[in-house]
Write a protein that binds this ligand. Structure first.
Ligand code: AP5
Ligand code: MG
Length: 219
């Protein structure tokens, strides 16, 4: 089996985090979510977190000069030697080219890109209904993905949840617009490299995962 050095693509709300949670557990690889890294830095009010917040709250991308460095630092660590899943990186062509360079230097090249495609009309409903466990970050939805026991996280058993600041309707609209514009050239880029696998994200969470699993097992 090829080493699983993966990129997970999809517009905001496509289900990247939801699927990544399962993939990394089943395939024993590291989950690297740039969004999660920024949220942790914002929570701790680090210099980078304060800078990132100015962009994230408006639904804009954090500048590549910041984001690329964070990814390279993370990919340099030994725990990703046996595989990684990048969630939400790259988001534009310059980031994709920077990723090629850093993974070349580190000898950890991307082996497959999973693109979760969802009709943009569905995304707003997904993001406005999302809630997240305060303790472990597991993601739920008030209609489509409720915890098994009401008010209790399936993963860690905690009872407190929150909604993301950038899930406010105005910010969501801008996030979707910004990412839609950048997505097509990125898809073409990975298609040309024969790395791209398109997944239908407009189906139940379990069915989306079955499609992804099939692709990964065949690699
Ligand atoms: P990030 O945190 O990555 O946000 P995003 O890309 O907008 O994506 P989301 O996390 O909102 O959605 P998701 O695809 O993970 O969906 P989820 O699984 O949660 O980034 C945040 C911000 O950080 C960016 O806006 C940017 O400012 C900055 N940033 C991050 N990376 C950057 C980069 N590379 N460069 C520059 N800036 C960067 O699912 C959503 C909801 O739907 C949940 O409630 C879930 O339960 C539900 N759901 C999931 N799948 C299904 C399904 N199949 N059916 C029904 N419901 C479903
Ligand atoms: Mg996410």
């Amino acid at each position: 089996m090829t080493k699983l050095n993966l990129v997970l693509m999809g517009l905001p709300g496509a289900g990247k985090g939801t699927q990544a949670q399962r993939i990394v557990e089943d395939f024993k690889i590291q989950h690297i979510s740039t969004g999660d890294i920024f949220r942790e830095a914002m929570k701790n009010e680090t210099k980078m977190g304060v800078e990132a917040k100015g962009f994230i709250d408006k639904g804009e991308l954090v500048p590549d000069s910041v984001t690329n460095g964070i990814v390279e630092d993370r990919l340099s660590m030994d725990d990703v030697n046996d595989g990684y899943m990048l969630d939400g990186f790259p988001r534009n062509l310059d980031q994709a080219k920077a990723l090629d360079e850093m993974t070349g230097r580190l000898n950890k090249p991307v082996t497959a890109v999973i693109n979760i495609h969802v009709d943009p009309e569905v995304l707003i409903a997904r993001l406005s209904g999302r809630f997240i466990c305060k303790n472990c970050g597991a993601t739920y939805h008030k209609l489509y993905n409720r915890p098994k026991v009401e008010g209790t996280c399936d993963v860690c058993g905690h009872h407190e949840f929150y909604q993301r600041e950038d899930d406010k309707p105005e910010t969501v609209k801008n996030r979707i617009a910004v990412n839609t514009k950048l997505n097509t050239p990125l898809i073409d880029y990975y298609e040309d490299k024969h790395l791209l696998y398109n997944i239908n994200g407009d189906q139940d969470i379990d069915d989306v995962y079955s499609e992804i699993q099939k692709v990964l097992k065949a690699l």
